[in-house]
Design a binder for this molecule. Structure first.
Ligand SMILES: [Zn+2]
Length: 232
């Protein structure tokens, strides 16, 4: 199961993939696994925040959606979004979704384009990992009604058929909050998977308390090196 996430609000989000593999998050060698947003799509493409050009994030993210809307406004395309001095004003995802529901042609075109690029990203990931589930979360999931059709259409065209048929593409239950809820779930999962026992040791004082405690692993001997003998 994977999650594609993009932040919302004034901080416009990029593109990440969390890889859930064998009942745990796959982190890679130093914890950077899943930075799919900074893999290259077009070598001479737009400049990315990371310093490279043509990263996937510049085509398939909330940031890319906003850039597409800005370019449309600058080119004189009609829109109901707020425009100031011929430039797109600050907009939020709820405002963009509202405009799309009202049939705004620029917004609908931009969502279709970004959805197609997201479909390409997901098709590549499906071919690489053969997942049973792809979960889309974050700010862009607020526009799932408009993004899922081009995503599913592109995946159907581009992913290898048997891998595609195994992958269920869904929207995260927590949508906008999926990133922070994923972090909470990760901490709870780790705590429940590796419960620890506080063991009192040392001399007992006059009030009946032990002078110190050590934290001992309960279930996972592999974690002993981290916890055994650790004074608290
Ligand atoms: Zn980049």
């Amino acid at each position: 199961m994977w999650g594609l996430n993009a932040h919302a609000g004034r901080r416009i989000g990029g593109l990440r993939a969390g890889i859930w593999l064998d009942d745990q998050v796959y982190r890679g060698a130093i914890g950077f696994a899943g930075e799919v947003g900074h893999t290259t799509f077009l070598p001479d493409g737009p400049l990315c925040n990371c310093g490279n050009r043509g990263c996937w994030e510049t085509f398939a993210s909330q940031k890319a959606l906003i850039e597409r809307l800005r370019a449309g406004v600058a080119a004189g395309e009609k829109t109901s979004l707020p425009v100031s001095g011929g430039r797109l004003a600050d907009v939020t995802m709820p405002l963009i979704v509202e405009a799309a529901r009202a049939g705004d042609p620029l917004v609908l075109s931009a969502l279709e384009e970004v959805g197609g690029y997201l479909g390409l990203v997901i098709a590549n990931l499906i071919n690489t990992f053969n997942p049973n589930m792809v979960v889309s979360g974050g700010a862009l999931s607020l526009a799932d009604t408009f993004l899922l059709p081009p995503i599913r259409r592109t995946v159907a065209e581009r992913a290898i058929s048997w891998a595609r048929e195994a992958a269920n593409i869904v929207v995260a239950a927590h949508r906008f909050d999926s990133c922070v809820m994923g972090g909470v779930a990760l901490v709870l999962h780790d705590m429940l998977s590796h419960p620890r026992l506080d063991v009192p040791v040392g001399r007992r004082s006059s009030d009946g308390k032990f002078s110190r405690k050590v934290v001992m692993p309960v279930t996972d001997p592999k974690r002993e090196i981290l916890t055994s003998g650790q004074q608290i």
